[in-house]
Ligand binder design. Structure first.
Ligand code: MN
Length: 291
């Protein structure tokens, strides 16, 4: 089995606000020429690196908006988010939890800091991924998976070097908690200083890591905190070596080799389907959700 090499390390781009509650670096597609296809099925990644929000009585966030054609996956590292959607899904995503929302044929949702958390304020750190759906599933029924941290299967690494939380897919035979439409692995890796973890993915899977805390290296290449490393689609194996207590999000997925037509909150295969998405939204076919 051959070694998988890093193709490029991408430093975090400038920040922008999504609504008033999420201060994010857009990493996929980002400003550095990474196409939506390059990391398919992971077509969008926003990273809210640690940011302090002052206490506020009225929670910050993003008001009611639609999605169609994909899934939104929110991984909470610090802070709490309250979510509601028009298919009846809802709840609070707490630290360590993952929310996997399948918008598919269409939902309206809203995402705000949880009320009590907002009152106290604090440090906020979160990842939001958009996971594409294959054409045959884009118009399937919306679905909501609230995955609490205690329900996430964990693999303890030897000699107390760390732990791998298997959000989706599998790691060393341990299955992930989320169900997915296409093959993918999504792992949250917590390593102690000097800890090491080994990974093995099919060569053609699009694979990358995001360093959320600490400092790591892969095959001698340093990947500093907040940086994203994209792998070549050659080779299967790599190891992450931590040179500080570190947290790393590892993504690897089979590319969905279909055309992408994306505009705002809709990700379809053709321009015609985008036009239909806007029409359906304007005609109220995404249901109703109170502001
Ligand atoms: Mn959204």
């Amino acid at each position: 089995m051959a070694t998988k090499k890093i193709e490029r390390v991408i430093a975090p781009a400038g920040v922008h606000f999504v609504g008033d509650g999420f201060r994010v670096h857009n990493i996929i597609p980002g400003s550095q020429g990474l196409s939506m296809q390059r990391m398919s099925p992971f077509i969008m990644m926003d990273y809210n690196s640690p940011f302090y929000f002052a206490p506020r009585e009225v929670p910050r966030g993003v008001g009611v908006h639609p999605h169609r054609g994909f899934e939104t996956v929110t991984i909470a590292y610090k802070g709490k988010v309250e979510h509601h959607d028009s298919s009846g899904g809802g709840g609070v995503i707490e630290e360590g939890d993952v929310q996997w929302m399948t918008a598919a044929s269409g939902v309206l949702h809203k995402e705000f800091h949880e009320k009590e958390w907002s009152r106290k304020g604090g440090e906020f750190q979160m990842v939001q991924l958009w996971v594409n759906l294959p054409a045959k599933d884009k118009m399937s029924k919306p679905k909501y998976q609230a995955i609490q941290n205690r329900a996430i299967n964990k693999v303890m690494l030897p000699e107390h070097e760390g732990v791998v939380e298997v959000i989706a897919g599998e790691y060393q035979g341990t299955k992930g908690s989320a169900s997915t439409f296409t093959p993918m692995h999504l792992l949250n890796v917590i390593l102690k200083n000097n800890g090491k973890a080994d990974f093995h993915f099919p060569a053609h899977f699009n694979t990358a890591i995001l360093v959320l805390e600490g400092n790591i290296s892969i095959d001698g290449t340093n990947v500093p905190v907040n940086n994203f490393a994209l792998f070549e689609n050659v080779g299967e194996n790599f190891s992450i070596h931590a040179s500080a207590d570190s947290i790393i999000l590892v993504l690897s997925g089979e590319p969905i080799n279909e055309p992408i037509a994306a505009h705002g909150p809709f990700v379809m295969n053709t321009k015609q389907e985008l036009i239909e998405a806007f029409q359906d939204f304007n005609e109220g076919k995404f249901g109703y959700l109170e502001d």
